[in-house]
Design a protein around this ligand. Structure first.
Ligand code: HEM
Length: 404
């Protein structure tokens, strides 16, 4: 076995990152990885270390804690540093984190998630009606992509008329690569001013949606205006691509495992466990967001200095053989927990909603697309060229169209 660490970018890595992560887990479980702009970070790949770092209060999230090299490379906040978009819970630590999270959590209570399930079922039904008549159906473009963004618009209370433009601008942010600075800046400007306008509208007239709740908290002095707009922006960024990737990865996993797909068709009660297993096997987020030790720390026997950036690989942790028997096998029956929604104080706020969306989408596909199969060779599938996301660009499929 070679001692040279594998590349963590490029077509081979994007098509199948698992061999590279296997190598790192075995040989350099806390690996110093070079990043664009002269920056570097510690990449943590073993489950035990990953869980410990995510739970460690010494590992801070505030980007101002990052060292000079990291900060100057501009990696932490790809969209820019303006306060109206970055003052959200994912970039702060207690006590600000606790305060921001509490207000937002109200949007994801079981009661509200149940109401969103009804929307998810309606939207999925409409999307599949259209997909069933499409000449070249694509489960990412036609289902996984539009469903979560429609739900986020519902949560925030984006008016129907504004949604096409909201979708268009979100697509720019989702699909632009880091060097497409102008496109990203244009879409970021749009969201900045659009979200500001929505806040003004809620200030003039209260409303029964998450933005309405956030604006009320602002009125009560619990949130600044920047925190209101930043939280709305965070929900868009955190809740969209991730859910697209979950639905796409889950459907691909079923296409790769036809016996499991048949079992799920026969018993929809198994879908929930299959989604958890897909989250473990193909984590939609390759890495958790940045962390910085407040004080020097030791992780996996490696000393990390204060301010050195740390990335926790959720994708690598999900396949650690120390944690999971036969980790590369898709086995919904194993009932294993995973780190794909994070762990500790920053555990995903939208996890229940993401699970509901995935369950609705997958169940509907099983019911309405009999004989589902890939329309291209698997080697032709394209993945996001990203060290952050682990998701498909497209999932072209075919199915038995004569059966209703
Ligand atoms: C399959 C879909 C999703 C996955 C895999 C996912 C994953 C994650 C992970 C791993 C974290 C923790 C990041 C860290 O600690 O560095 C996180 C945080 C977060 N997620 Fe999700 N997420 C998903 C869907 C959603 C949805 C649908 C929403 C809301 C609409 C959402 C909102 C958030 C927010 C607000 C945070 C920040 C929590 C905090 O900092 O306290 N996520 N998510």
């Amino acid at each position: 076995m070679t001692r040279t660490p594998p590349a963590l970018h490029g077509p081979e890595f994007e098509a199948d990152p698992h061999p590279a992560y296997r190598w790192l887990r075995e040989h350099e479980p806390v690996h110093r990885v070079d990043l664009p702009g002269g920056a570097w970070a510690w990449l943590v790949t073993r489950y035990g270390d990953a869980r410990a770092v995510l739970a460690d209060p010494n590992m801070l999230k505030d980007p101002a804690r990052g060292n000079e090299t990291w900060y100057r490379a501009g990696l932490g906040l790809p969209f820019d540093h303006r306060p109206s978009l970055v003052r959200s819970m994912v970039n702060v630590d207690a006590p600000d984190h606790t305060r921001l999270r509490k207000v937002t959590a109200g949007a994801f209570t079981p009661r509200r998630v149940r109401a969103l399930q009804a929307s998810a079922e309606r939207i999925t039904g409409e999307l599949l009606d259209a997909l069933r008549t499409a000449r070249s159906p694509d489960l990412v473009r036609d289902l996984a992509y539009p469903l979560p963004i429609a739900i986020i618009c519902d949560i925030l209370g984006v008016p129907e008329d504004d949604r096409p433009e909201f979708h268009r601008q979100a697509a720019v942010i989702d699909s632009a690569s880091f060097d497409e600075v102008e496109a990203i800046a244009g879409a970021t400007n749009w969201f900045d001013s659009y979200l500001g306008g929505l806040v003004d509208a809620r200030l003039a007239e209260p409303s029964d949606d998450l933005l309405g709740d956030l604006v009320e908290a602002h009125r009560a002095g619990e949130l600044s205006r920047d925190e209101v707009t930043s939280t709305a922006f965070l929900l868009l960024v955190a809740g969209h691509e991730t859910t697209v990737a979950l639905i796409g990865n889950m459907l691909l996993t079923l296409l790769r495992n036809p016996r499991e797909m048949a079992r799920l068709r026969g018993d929809h009660g198994l879908v929930g466990a299959a989604i958890e297993e897909s989250l473990r096997l193909e984590s939609p987020l390759q890495n958790a967001t940045w962390r910085f030790p407040a004080e020097p720390a030791t992780v996996g026997g490696v000393r990390l200095e204060a301010g050195e950036p740390v990335l926790v690989s959720l994708l690598a942790a999900g396949r650690d053989p120390e944690q999971y028997e036969d980790p590369d096998v898709f086995d919904p029956g194993r009932g294993a927990s995973h780190l794909s929604f994070g762990h500790g104080a920053h555990f995903c706020v939208g996890a229940q909603l993401a699970r509901v969306e995935a369950r609705v989408a997958v169940t509907a596909v099983l019911d309405r697309l009999p004989g589902l199969r890939l329309a291209v060779d698997e080697s032709e599938l394209r993945w996001w060229p990203s060290m952050i996301m682990h998701g498909l660009f497209a999932l072209p499929v075919d199915f038995d169209r004569r059966v209703s």
